[in-house]
Write a protein that binds this ligand. Structure first.
Ligand code: SF4
Length: 260
């Protein structure tokens, strides 16, 4: 299957979304709410593109729209670019300190709205990525609260949630750093709840909460190959994986040398 993006032809696979093909081929389409691990939210609307197929032209979200053979996509028409600029200026009003939004504004030459006041207190653009991350974990500790201008993300009744395991996934996926997570003296505080932190068995750095570790152990059950690795921080896990790979390569070299 092939699709055309901005006049160039690219190979695509059935089931892929326009954004997948674009990113694989380094065609730029901006996003805020997209994460490869949690795709398909289509809430920030920055990835809107123009699609020409079957004699019709429409604007679609590139992160959710599936490719079809021969489809033509335009990522930067005058209309698309103009709408993208307005969206970015609006997001900048909501989250004026977000480096990611500031970067996109610079990239697309967007001037901030000068007649509207930015709310320096608020940082959340309500993209919903944090809620999706928590849902995927199966913890469902946060959700959208209230409606209209009062809409926000939070825990039920804005009280510390029993379901929250302090894993920090919501904070790490947030594109505007709107979720406050602090760590001090071996403790992590998030959503008004404080957790003890565990140390990595290799480097000794604090890395997760006992509740998050127990949750992962319970989810993985017997399927995890090396249970010890759960007690390592991400850095040490990667280092061990790299060492294993290196040792494997050395063994291969030794084997080759012996056989030759
Ligand atoms: S820290 Fe709490 S709210 Fe955030 S993803 Fe983990 S369980 Fe959900």
């Amino acid at each position: 299957m092939q699709i055309i993006i901005n006049g160039k032809t690219y190979a695509a696979n059935p089931g892929e979304k326009i954004l997948d093909v674009a990113r694989r081929n380094r065609v730029e389409i901006p996003t805020l709410c997209h994460s490869e691990a949690l795709p398909g939210l289509a809430s920030c609307r920055l990835c809107m593109v123009e699609v020409h197929e079957g004699g019709r032209t429409q604007e679609v979200a590139a992160c959710t729209y599936p490719v079809t053979d021969g489809m033509e996509v335009v990522t930067d028409s005058e209309m698309i670019t103009a709408k993208r600029k307005i969206l970015l200026a609006l997001y900048n009003l909501i989250a004026p300190d977000s480096e990611r939004i500031k970067g996109l504004m610079a990239r697309y030459h967007v001037e901030p709205f000068d007649r509207l006041q930015a709310d320096a207190e608020n940082k959340c653009i309500l993209c919903g990525l944090c809620v999706k991350a928590c849902e995927e974990l199966g913890t469902n500790a946060i959700s959208t609260l209230f409606r209209g201008t009062k809409k926000k993300i939070g825990t039920a009744f804005e009280q510390p949630a029993a379901e929250c395991i302090g894993c920090g996934s919501c904070a790490s996926v947030c594109p505007t750093q709107a979720i406050e997570m602090t760590e001090a003296d071996g403790k992590r505080t998030i959503w008004d709840k404080t957790f003890e932190l565990l140390r990595c068995q290799d480097c000794g750095e604090y890395y997760t909460t006992p509740e998050a570790l127990a949750h992962v152990r319970q989810k993985l059950g017997d399927t995890v190959g090396n249970i010890e690795e759960l007690e390592l921080c991400d850095y040490c896990k990667s280092r061990r994986a790299a060492e294993k790979l290196k040792n494997g390569l050395r063994l291969n070299e030794l084997f080759d040398a012996t056989v030759k």
